[in-house]
Structures are given as C-alpha cells and as structure tokens.
Design a protein. Structure first.
Length: 83
C-alpha cells in the first residue's frame, strides 16, 4: 500500500490543499486503486512557504497543484505499483 498525506494546515489550505486532495481522489478512483493507495490529510508538514506539500511514503513533495497531481501520481504511484 502506498500512503499519500496532503498537508491541510492553514497555509496549504489557503493555497489549495482541498483541490489537490480532490485531484488525488480522482486519480485513485480512475485507476481503481482504492485498496492500494491510502490518502489522508496531515496537519502541518513544516513547509509552509513552499505551496501545498504532500508526503508519499515518507518523501516530501513541495509546491503541489492540482495540475501536477497526474504526473506525480504516474511517477510515484502507478510506476511503483507497476500499473
């Protein structure tokens, strides 16, 4: 199982964390990976100046936008799972 945490702290919330979460939810749904990917919110990941921050299996990824989610999902989830 791959774990994706999206920061929902004040700064990331204001910078669009909800839209990033929705984009990841759509990717998970579109690829039928509900049982393979655990998506959750995290309070602060400590990178408030760097846009929406996510963590995939412990690795921080900064400045995430909804338009970047598809590429991130491909490289960090689908490729890892071999899908």
């Amino acid at each position: 199982m791959i774990s994706i945490e999206v920061c929902v702290g004040s700064s990331c919330h204001l910078k669009g964390a909800h839209d990033v979460i929705e984009a990841f939810n759509n990717e998970i749904k579109n690829h039928a990976l509900k049982d393979e990917v655990f998506l959750t919110g995290a309070f602060c990941l400590g990178q408030c100046l760097n846009g929406v921050t996510i963590k995939i299996d412990g690795e921080l990824i900064l400045d995430v936008t909804p338009t970047k989610v598809s590429e991130i999902f491909q490289n960090r989830v689908l490729d890892v799972l071999g899908v």
